[in-house]
Design a protein around this ligand. Sequence first.
Ligand SMILES: [Zn+2]
Length: 120
Amino acid sequence: MRSPRRCSRNGCPRQAVATLTYVYNESTAVVGPLAAFAEPHTYDLCEPHARSLTAPRGWDVVRHEGEFEPPPPTTDDLVALAEAVREAARPAPRPPEDDQDKQSHSTGRRGHLRVIPPSL
Ligand SMILES: [Zn+2]
């Protein structure tokens, strides 16, 4: 269902945090923050592979020197987050007052409502 981007190195299971782009006409390998979209001549790399990348002979490496941020949550993550927030905001099915009601039925309280006994 969910498909987090993984490092493109063979057998590397880590999550990709950087994108390597080969700029052929400048013989430069650019290691930058994870690109939003996969493009031709780009390779997603995990942080260790991004940091340890060495350029082919005759190539330069331009490396992003800051922190590599993990990619933003996928749509699935956002939906899950929204549902979690909604769940938390929803009132509990049994408010704590219910337990009190069991001990003191004389008050006639039910949740937020107070039952007024008929005055005779
Ligand atoms: Zn890797």
